[in-house]
Design a binder for this molecule. Structure first.
Ligand code: NAI
Length: 335
């Protein structure tokens, strides 16, 4: 079977090559999948895509017409693929759900601590030989209320870490996790209670039609003015316009994210020469109390190794005609 890897980045290719160990004929291309690049899949039975690729209905139809049968995502999130359409076209789709919840949870904590202790500001200051502390006031994590929306694989690891800091943990999830209640005294509450009572809020739900713009003007109105909001899930769970208003109106104290609502065409590439035309993103990047990283939470050696292994494991299952444990079905329908 021939595999075409879209959005292949130089740093991940060695991991994919090692995991493949020459059993599949693989072509790596830097291009993201979209209506223009779908044609590149001609002659390939399988493709692999990442979260910046666009597997919408039109693209999926093209892929089917070109003879593609299998799509394996190198990501846990799958909001960028229309699963229902894929099924209709007879395409099998699988993701990489559990490659390293620790990588994402740890990056969430890195963002939280950096935003709280103003590491990004301190770094900028000392590089121009300013060793003052007056702009660097933060708070202790101990005894703070940490509110988490989504206690799945990543959220559960985050709960464990934040429990280690001595935080009181409030959680909101469609499926409360009893183990987290028993082990860490987590209290499951409605999202409104999270917004009202938390000193820190972390978003760890998938992007679905239910979670799209979940953090809205109404949600910001309920939050404490000193709250720090962290989003390492998907950008469109937070309404960017509402976020900017909340920051302007000092309704929240800071925002850190590894994701952005309109990453497509901006993230995963160097725009430093030509700049960007996305005004809301430019506005966010101009605030000192906003910290954005370029969707890098998964960029650890362990995560990349596991993503690569899972990618070929998914293909192996399909080739052998065995059930694929990561195959996405109708129950996983998203936007
Ligand atoms: P998961 O599926 O293990 O957990 C998601 C949790 O959200 C589940 O417990 C589910 O019940 C809950 N949930 C879903 N819809 C909800 C709703 N409407 N209200 C309340 N709870 C809801 O997923 P996992 O592995 O923890 O990943 C979460 C998300 O993190 C992914 O969907 C992905 O978008 C994002 N992610 C980001 C990465 C990055 O590099 N920044 C890397 C990996 C994942």
């Amino acid at each position: 079977m021939k595999l075409l890897v879209y959005s292949a980045q130089d740093f991940e290719i060695p991991f994919l090559k090692k995991a493949n160990s020459s059993r599949y004929e693989v072509k790596y291309i830097p291009d993201a999948l979209d209506t223009n690049t779908a044609i590149k899949a001609v002659g390939f039975e399988a493709i692999s895509i990442f979260s910046g690729d666009d597997a919408c209905l039109v693209v999926l139809e093209k892929l089917r017409d070109l003879g593609v049968k299998y799509i394996t995502l190198r990501s846990a999130g799958y909001n960028n693929i229309q699963i229902k359409a894929a099924k209709r076209f007879g395409l099998k789709v699988a993701n990489a759900p559990d490659y390293s919840p620790h990588a994402i949870a740890e990056h969430t904590v890195a963002l939280l601590l950096a935003l709280n202790r103003k590491i990004h500001i301190a770094d900028r200051q000392v590089r121009s030989y300013n060793f003052e502390q007056k702009n660097l006031l933060g708070f202790d994590m101990l005894n703070k209320t940490f509110g988490i929306i989504g206690t799945g694989r990543i959220g559960s690891v985050l709960v464990q870490i934040m429990n280690g800091f001595g935080c009181k943990i409030l959680a909101h999830d469609l499926l409360p996790n009893k183990k987290l209640v028993e082990r860490y005294g987590v209290e499951y509450v409605d999202s409104e209670v999270i917004y009202e009572r938390s000193d820190i809020i972390s978003i760890n739900v998938p992007l679905t039609n239910k979670t799209h713009y979940m953090v809205s003007t109404e949600a910001f109105a309920l939050m404490k003015p000193e709250v720090l909001l962290i989003n390492t899930a998907r950008g469109a769970i937070v309404d960017t316009k509402a976020l900017i208003k909340a920051l302007d109106g000092k309704k929240i104290a800071g925002y850190a994210a590894d994701v952005y609502e309109k990453e497509k065409g901006i993230f995963f590439k160097d725009n430093s020469a030509q700049g960007i035309a996305d005004d809301p993103l430019k506005t966010l990047l101009a605030y000192d109390n906003v910290l954005i990283t370029p969707h890098q939470a998964y960029v650890t050696k362990e995560a990349l190794n596991n993503i690569a292994e899972i990618t070929f494991e998914n293909l192996d299952s399909w080739v052998k005609g065995e059930p694929c444990r990561n195959e996405l079905g109708y129950e996983t329908l998203v936007l």
